[in-house]
Design a protein around this ligand. Structure first.
Ligand SMILES: Cc1cc2nc3c(=O)[nH]c(=O)nc-3n(C[C@H](O)[C@H](O)[C@H](O)COP(=O)(O)O)c2cc1C
Length: 234
């Protein structure tokens, strides 16, 4: 797969088929993940794959409970999902949240049918900086295999129970960074178009100076008239 196609279309997929993901495919995903940059190349990461239906059922209960907690925070105006970036469109954010809640409900309601969970652990992940490159590489490698999924963090609300269910040696410093719910998607891959464009989130030399080019539409897939879509400003 062409790298830009992977970068532009690796969306979070929450409507997943129950079909198992072959072990060889899982291996290729994790093998790509461990090539990711990490501070000092200490590689303090560990991936626990879960495909045991009994265990997945346990996590389904826990996931629904954890999600309820997160949405209660959201509805009270706190938590990571409540506040869009300064200057962004509040109505667009509300619309995104409504759609995300809909596909999140589907994931939660069909959790028992998810074929693969990947729990990612790290020691001292530097606020995520030391582990998210590997997680993103894993998701991109999955995309190349036609496998989709979603990165979730809500189970960190029940870290002790997760550690207990998976036998994590937490005393060594391992902490859960994320849980990836993975499967072959029911829907189609599409460009992540619901993003603020480059010129709205970038500037040149000074925070309040223009970046220099305007990008009214995503630059992939390539357009025959691509230069016409980049307007020089400032
Ligand atoms: C740190 C992080 C945590 C996330 N946690 C969740 C989560 O708990 N549940 C979920 O459904 N999606 C979660 N997501 C996925 C985001 O909701 C998703 O990337 C965003 O809505 C944009 O959607 P798209 O990537 O499909 O374009 C998370 C993403 C990141 C980077």
């Amino acid at each position: 797969m062409e790298i830009h196609e992977a970068l532009y279309t690796t969306r979070m997929m929450r409507r997943l088929r129950p079909d198992p993901i072959p072990l060889e495919t899982q291996t290729r995903m994790i093998d790509a993940a461990v090539r990711a940059p990490n501070g000092g190349n200490t590689q303090r990461w560990h991936f626990v794959t879960v495909d045991d239906p009994v265990l997945i059922r346990e996590f389904a209960h826990l996931f629904r409970e954890a999600r309820d907690l997160e949405y209660a925070k959201f509805e009270s105006g706190s938590g990571p999902m409540a506040t869009p970036a300064p200057g962004s469109n509040i109505a667009a954010h509300a619309d995104t949240m409504r759609r995300m809640k809909g596909s999140g409900d589907y994931l939660a309601d069909h959790f028992e049918k998810i074929p693969l969970l990947i729990f990612v652990f790290a020691i001292d992940d530097l606020g995520g900086a030391n582990i998210y490159p590997a997680i993103w590489s894993l998701l991109l490698a999955a995309r190349a295999e036609g496998v989709g999924g979603v990165m979730t963090m809500v189970l960190r609300n029940f870290e002790d129970r997760v550690n207990q269910l998976l036998g994590v040696p937490a005393g060594e410093g391992w902490k859960m960074s994320a849980m990836l719910a993975m499967g072959y998607p029911r829907g189609k891959w599409g460009v992540a178009a619901n993003r603020r464009p480059v010129h709205e989130v970038s500037s040149r030399n000074r925070w309040d100076a223009p970046f220099g080019l305007e990008v009214p539409e995503p630059l992939w897939p390539p357009h025959r008239d691509a230069t016409a879509r980049l307007a020089t400003v400032g």
